[in-house]
Design a binder for this molecule. Structure first.
Ligand code: HEC
Ligand code: HEC
Ligand code: HEC
Ligand code: HEC
Length: 236
């Protein structure tokens, strides 16, 4: 028995010696990274932006287990400006699908609760007086202006696409095909179409971005190599 534990102890010690120096990033818990989404390793681990939640919690600036905000999905814990009316791409540009604009989906407003630069990142769990703001190019939709961001808040072209039957539209790919997303319209493998308030499916922040997974950088759902992401929707 003694011998066999020594046989293991030596390689284990060597392995710890190899791994230990790699685990120096201050915000990685020593017992490993919780969950599988990788949010802890991403810029959405807000401790990296200098925003500390008690006990080093990673999820808390965005989600809570109790007292979540009424009217918001995903047990939302961050302050949201529900009265904000964002102006969309069609207000500053004449577009082919001008009449498809129906307004932002709920999840996009959650992104903008930090990214419009108006509400502080550290305004969560009922706090309203945060002081850490998203600035510069990361502040998307400043002053409620989404006029120069890729179109969001609009139906996907092809009549009023409901997620099932798509009417072919030149220049756009079939959102029900596996090429669009291997898991279907709302799936995670590829781009997504988002539920809009009028019951149709369309484009929101989460069409191109995910909230947690930063494997591709910029929280993008698909690699930007060869403009892959763009060519999921655009048939050009
Ligand atoms: C910077 C903000 C942010 C942080 C931090 C964050 N999330 Fe989220 N999460 C979101 C947003 C926005 C949504 C809603 C949109 C969506 O469905 O992705 C969401 C949705 C979810 C959902 C429901 C949808 C799904 O993906 O299954 C779960 C569960 C979830 N988050 C878990 C977590 C956990 C666990 C953590 C911490 C390890 C975490 N989140 C950290 C922003 C965040
Ligand atoms: C609680 C506040 C908060 C919410 C909610 C939030 N973010 Fe962020 N996000 C941040 C902060 C802080 C950064 C880091 C900014 C910086 O580096 O200056 C960031 C960074 C990013 C980046 C840049 C990542 C990189 O590689 O540099 C992207 C893209 C992004 N967020 C998209 C989103 C999207 C999409 C949503 C909604 C699903 C969202 N964020 C929700 C706070 C938030
Ligand atoms: C059609 C796809 C698409 C949509 C929709 C979209 N984005 Fe992006 N976003 C991108 C791409 C691609 C990049 C990376 C651009 C680059 O790195 O040059 C990006 C970059 C970003 C960045 C990082 C900017 C920086 O300077 O690092 C933030 C923050 C961001 N997006 C937030 C949002 C928010 C919030 C929404 C919704 C209002 C949104 N995006 C909608 C494709 C999209
Ligand atoms: C989730 C689907 C989707 C993705 C991904 C996507 N787009 Fe789009 N894009 C659309 C839709 C829908 C429109 C139609 C907007 C309109 O005509 O009003 C559009 C419109 C455009 C337009 C025309 C705007 C105008 O003035 O008529 C350009 C250019 C464009 N996208 C470029 C891109 C680029 C570049 C990327 C990759 C970074 C990209 N798109 C990714 C769905 C998408």
């Amino acid at each position: 028995m003694r011998k066999s534990s020594w046989v293991w102890a030596i390689p284990c010690a060597a392995l710890i010696g190899v791994l230990a120096p790699a685990m120096t990033a201050g915000d990685i818990p020593s017992q490993g990274v919780p969950g599988t989404t990788g949010v802890s390793l991403s810029p959405h681990n807000l401790s990296r932006a200098g925003v500390q939640a008690g006990n080093g919690e990673v999820c808390l600036p965005c989600h809570t287990s109790h007292n979540a905000q009424a009217g918001q999905p995903a047990l939302w814990n961050h302050r949201v400006n529900t009265g904000m009316a964002y102006s969309l791409y069609n207000t500053t540009h004449s577009t082919r699908f001008r009449s498809n604009y129906v307004g932002l989906d709920t999840a996009s407003k959650l992104c903008l609760s930090c990214h419009d630069g108006a509400i502080a990142v550290d305004s969560f769990s009922g706090m309203t007086s945060g002081s850490h703001f998203v600035t510069g190019t990361k502040a998307v939709g400043q002053n409620g202006d989404l006029g120069s961001v890729h179109p969001v808040g609009l139906r996907y072209p092809g009549s009023s696409f409901d997620g099932k039957t798509w009417r072919p539209t030149p220049g756009y790919n079939d959102p029900t095909s596996p090429r669009f997303s291997a898991e279907g319209v709302g799936g995670n493998k590829g781009v997504q179409l988002i539920d809009l308030a009028d019951g149709s499916k369309g484009v929101g922040c989460l069409s191109c971005h995910s909230s947690h997974n930063n494997t591709n950088g910029r929280f993008l759902r698909t690699d930007m190599k060869y403009s892959f992401l763009c060519l999921k929707c655009h048939d050009t």
